[in-house]
Design a binder for this molecule. Structure first.
Ligand SMILES: O=c1ccn([C@@H]2O[C@H](COP(=O)(O)O)[C@@H](O)[C@H]2O)c(=O)[nH]1
Length: 307
């Protein structure tokens, strides 16, 4: 899967992942009206609305982008129907040739991590049969529990040729409270990055590892140091756009080959129609506004990654 991700990025000249983070407030009224007419103002109605909204965005952008990143929290808030919408979204995006990065941020004691890994990137055995519960190609993983929490994901990823992005330095304002703590003269996020590089060496694709890292666009200086510590790991970079990360600061996240980083934008793309810059599209054409926002992001990012 890492090879497919790299090939998609090269083919499209677009190190971009669109974050599918649907809140009901983002969904145009006409979509909600139709979903509520069919299912009422219920969890099922909300799930139908976010699914239809996502489908519109995927249809309008799939030929421009290598990957999507559905954020599972946005679906879980609608309970079981929300999770059904999550799965439908992943399956549909996959049918369009997109790589699926499930932003699930899991990680637990070994036996529990194994179940998370099996459920999201593996196959579960039921009697003599096996099933894929969900169908992501990559998942995000929290390293706080140490190797016990990571190795089960590595084992399943190795078996299935899927991948993971481990949280190294997150984009949020308080990420430094723990991640920047100095231990033996080194920040914790660098220690995690060293482990990511070592785990990554065990699971190499053609040129990049199946084990990647998450590093926020909001911390470009740290991104520069981390790029050097993990040369073979793809970096998933959230924080561009809505959180203030800017293209001009992103060059250090890339390797000399122009690869090695994929930049996420969620609200900046899926809510484009609500922004002044795209107001001419109107609510009815929200998906066209998202397409234009992807084209603009691609242009904006050229300053960071075209060598
Ligand atoms: O460090 C991190 C890790 C994950 N995220 C997730 O990425 C998106 C960002 O959404 P925007 O609307 O583009 O701000 C969201 O799903 C976060 O949970 C992150 O922001 N930072």
């Amino acid at each position: 899967m890492i090879n497919q991700l790299v090939n998609n990025i090269k083919k499209l000249d677009a190190p971009i992942v669109v974050g599918l983070d649907p809140m009901l407030d983002y969904v145009p009224e006409y979509i909600k009206k139709s979903a509520f007419a069919e299912y009422g103002e219920t969890l099922e109605g909300a799930a139908e609305a976010i699914w239809q909204y996502n489908k519109g965005i995927i249809d309008a952008t799939y030929d421009l982008i290598p990957a999507v990143k559905p954020q599972i929290a946005m679906y879980e808030q609608f309970g079981v129907p929300g999770l059904v919408a999550f799965n439908k979204t992943c399956e549909y995006a996959k049918s369009k040739g997109l790589v699926i990065i499930g932003d699930i941020k899991r990680g637990d004691i070994g036996s529990t991590s194994k179940a998370y890994a099996v459920g999201h990137v593996g196959k579960v055995a039921v009697g003599s049969k096996t099933y894929s519960g969900f169908c992501e190609d990559f998942v995000t993983v929290n390293p706080y529990l140490g190797s016990d929490g990571i190795r089960p994901f590595m084992e399943v990823c190795k078996e299935e040729k899927k991948g993971m992005f481990i949280l190294v330095k997150t984009s949020n304002p308080s990420s430094g409270e723990f991640q920047d703590q100095q231990i033996d003269g080194k920040p914790l996020y660098e220690m995690v990055a060293e482990k990511v590089a070592a785990w990554g060496d065990e699971l190499m694709g053609d040129s990049y590892s199946y084990v990647g890292a998450v590093v926020g666009a909001t911390y470009p200086k740290m991104g520069e140091a981390l790029r050097k510590i993990m040369p073979k790991s793809y970096i998933l970079v959230p924080g561009y756009g809505a959180q203030g990360g800017q293209a001009k600061d992103l060059a250090p996240f890339f390797n000399e080959d122009g690869l090695g980083a994929i930049i996420n934008s969620s609200r900046g793309i899926i809510c484009a129609y609500k922004q002044d810059a795209y107001s001419q599209f109107g609510e009815e054409n929200y998906a066209d506004a998202s397409r234009q926002a992807v084209l603009d992001m691609k242009e904006d990012l050229k300053q960071a990654w075209v060598k």
